[in-house]
Design a protein around this ligand. Structure first.
Ligand SMILES: Nc1ncnc2c1ncn2[C@@H]1O[C@H](COP(=O)(O)OP(=O)(O)OP(=O)(O)O)[C@@H](O)[C@H]1O
Ligand SMILES: [Mg+2]
Length: 100
């Protein structure tokens, strides 16, 4: 089995196209035969869920990091074939990461 690879798309400035690039790159890599999972690590002003048409997905990365939900519960498969783990724009408290 091939090892997974992590590609981070980051910027010090907002609105430069990170999420657009992430979605399009992810779909392109998926079409080339790769298993792709998009993960939104913007814990306060996320928008991957909006781009994936799933802003209302009930379980997000916040619940995984806080230990309230499993990764399997939070991840979903988009019709394009990419998996996604989206973040909340309205998580009520500061995240306390769970040790396990
Ligand atoms: N290559 C591009 N050409 C023109 N417009 C683009 C391009 N990439 C993104 N945009 C537009 O720029 C805006 C910001 O894009 P996007 O949401 O991907 O940026 P972001 O870096 O993720 O923003 P944020 O910091 O708010 O998360 C959107 O309106 C998007 O449609
Ligand atoms: Mg973004």
């Amino acid at each position: 089995m091939n090892e997974g690879r992590v590609i981070g798309l980051v910027s010090g400035k907002g609105g430069v196209g990170k999420t657009s690039a992430c979605v399009n790159l992810g779909i392109a890599l998926s079409r080339l035969g790769n298993e792709v999972t998009l993960i939104d690590t913007d814990l306060s002003a996320s928008n991957l869920g909006v781009y994936m048409g799933r802003y209302d997905h009930p379980v997000k990365i916040h619940e995984v990091l806080s230990g309230e939900a499993s990764l399997q519960e939070a991840m979903f498969r988009h019709p394009t074939g990419v998996n996604a783990l989206v973040a909340s724009t309205e998580y009520p408290t500061q995240i306390r990461t769970h040790p396990t």
